[in-house]
Design a protein around this ligand. Structure first.
Ligand code: ADP
Ligand code: ADP
Length: 228
């Protein structure tokens, strides 16, 4: 589904963020992307969502080189990607319902369809009945679940998460990862960027490790990095 071939990214100021990165995320797979702060995790995700573009190499999504996308194609690509952020980017003056409904409103779904899908998404993340609440009234873990419901509400085939558990305690973090696991079980491809090695070690998924923009030792199973 996602393929990086010798991808490099240098920011306009000259900062090297990724160097000669190769990796392949297969359809239906769930994997972690790890490395210290500044290693290039966010940049890699931004290349997939075309927020940034590579200086060298090829980024392929479903076999298509995204360098060939015209600016008007980019929104269509992004519709197929659910994005989850550390600070969840919720609209605090809007209700939980309106936050989750946002991607569907943008896509022009009918009122009835929006209601049905928002309720289904909130049900999946365990927030059924909280749709009229303001996100301000929710705990950090619940706010993150609202962000996740918004990311999955239009059933994207690909979920990308950038430090989704960064502000949560270990128990809540594990709950969030279990949630990603259920989406993956139903066929969604999932890539999770996190520097939380303890969390990764508790789950058996492929891990891509970045160090100063380079991929370390190819793809490794988490069992080989449990002592980190
Ligand atoms: P992360 O938590 O992923 O490490 P940061 O806090 O480093 O993210 O960065 C937050 C935002 O600032 C990101 O959008 C990132 O691309 C951008 N950013 C990071 N470093 C720089 C930099 N040196 N110059 C400009 N923008 C940066
Ligand atoms: P991570 O997500 O692993 O913390 P990032 O991808 O945010 O890493 O950053 C990789 C490197 O690129 C860092 O050195 C960061 O400072 C730099 N960087 C990130 N975004 C920008 C930006 N918009 N402009 C300049 N440098 C950036």
């Amino acid at each position: 589904m996602i393929q990086f071939e010798q991808v490099s990214k240098v920011y306009p100021g000259g900062q090297k963020a990724l160097s000669d990165v190769n990796f392949h995320l297969k359809r239906g797979e769930m994997a972690f992307l790890t490395g210290h702060s500044g290693a290039g995790k966010s940049t890699l995700l931004k290349l997939i969502t075309v927020i940034e573009r590579a200086n060298a190499g090829r980024v392929l999504i479903n076999g298509h080189n995204i360098a060939d996308l015209s600016p008007k194609d980019v929104p269509y690509l992004r519709r197929d990607i659910g994005m989850i952020f550390q600070n969840h980017h919720l609209l605090m003056e809007k209700s939980v319902f309106d936050n989750v409904a946002l991607p569907l409103v943008i896509e022009g779904f009918s009122h009835g369809e929006i209601k049905k899908r928002v309720h289904a998404a909130l049900d999946m993340v365990g927030l059924y009945g909280k749709e009229r609440h303001s996100p301000v009234m929710l705990s950090g873990g619940e706010q993150q679940r609202v962000g996740i419901a918004r990311a999955i509400v239009n059933k994207p085939p690909l979920l990308l998460a950038d430090e989704p558990t960064g502000n949560l305690d270990p128990k809540l973090s594990m709950d969030i990862l279990r949630l990603f696991e259920t989406f993956n079980d139903s066929g969604t491809t999932v890539l999770i960027a996190t520097h939380d090695l303890g969390l990764i070690a508790r789950m058996k998924y492929r891990t891509l490790t970045l160090k100063q923009g380079h991929v370390l030792g190819g793809d490794e199973l988490p069992s080989s990095s449990t002592n980190a």
